[in-house]
Design a protein around this ligand. Structure first.
Ligand SMILES: [Zn+2]
Length: 271
């Protein structure tokens, strides 16, 4: 059966941004992070330049997006986080110091979850509806933990390309699914020794626009995931703008946020 979207729209499209800044590097390589200014500065491009470029782009396009922000980023780069909030975009949780939860046990994950919620509340006054796990790493117990901490949805899993239910003992948790094809990091980040090179934006446009066209035919939920320190670069901002203009040529696309998608799904489940 085909997924049904509001107002007889054919598909949904969401721009999402994971505002990691230095947090993922601090968690994964704490020793190197004490000395490598080069690695830190690469990531500081996000709060220093990328976020504001993205905010200007969203303003030009008159779009609201979903930003997932680790607690560490909120505490250490409060000004750009405040600008995201004040521009009316959705803010979701994204770990505390971008912890890959596969490296945590359940008790550690619970305390990380409580800490990130407190930081979002204390510094931004935000109670997030959504959670995106750092590195899209999810444990079998994570959905129940999200449900008991009052989250409406998760956006870290790849089990479908329309919203779906992840069962938990406390009832179903809505999943707004992601996928690797539509993540900027594997395509654009330079990593020594990795098999992937820095992709030509024209090739990525081809990939993402083809995926969008296919998803639109399949009544799918197209969720693009970008990082300000990766996609805040000039040619990639242009790429996102070109992609949105391309998707707007199709009729019946609901441009929205992860939260609105999750609310729609929740409503459908109740009716
Ligand atoms: Zn992240």
């Amino acid at each position: 059966m085909r997924y049904k979207w509001p107002k007889a729209q054919q598909s949904a499209a969401v721009l999402s941004f994971d505002f990691d800044a230095e947090s993922g590097f601090l968690f994964r390589e704490p020793e190197k992070a004490k000395r490598s200014l080069a690695d830190l500065e690469e990531r500081r491009f996000g709060p220093r330049v990328g976020v504001d470029r993205i905010l200007r782009l969203l303003d030009r396009l008159k779009l609201k997006a979903s930003f997932f922000i680790p607690g560490w980023t909120v505490e250490n780069h409060l000004a750009p986080c405040t600008r995201i909030r004040d521009a009316g975009h959705e803010i979701g949780a994204h770990g505390n110091v971008h912890e890959a939860v596969g490296m945590l046990d359940e008790a550690q994950e619970k305390s990380v979850m409580q800490r990130q919620l407190k930081i979002l509340k204390d510094h931004l006054g935000v109670k997030p509806a959504g959670y995106r796990s750092p590195s899209w790493d999810v444990n079998v117990w994570t959905p129940a933990l999200l449900k008991t901490h009052g989250f409406l949805y998760d956006s870290s899993l790849m089990g479908n390309d329309v919203p779906y239910d992840v069962p938990t003992p406390a009832g179903p948790l809505t999943e707004v699914p992601v996928q690797w094809i539509m993540d900027d990091a594997p395509l654009f980040r330079h990593v020594y020794g990795a098999t992937n090179a820095i992709a030509d934006p024209a090739r990525v446009f081809q990939l993402w626009s083809s995926e969008f066209t296919g998803m639109h035919k399949e009544n799918g939920c197209f969720v693009l995931t970008c990082h300000p320190f990766v996609s805040g670069r000039a040619s990639r901002i242009q790429l996102i703008e070109d992609l949105v203009r391309f998707t707007r040529k199709q009729r019946g696309v609901w441009f929205t946020t992860c939260e609105e998608v999750a609310r729609w799904h929740e409503k459908g489940r109740r009716s």
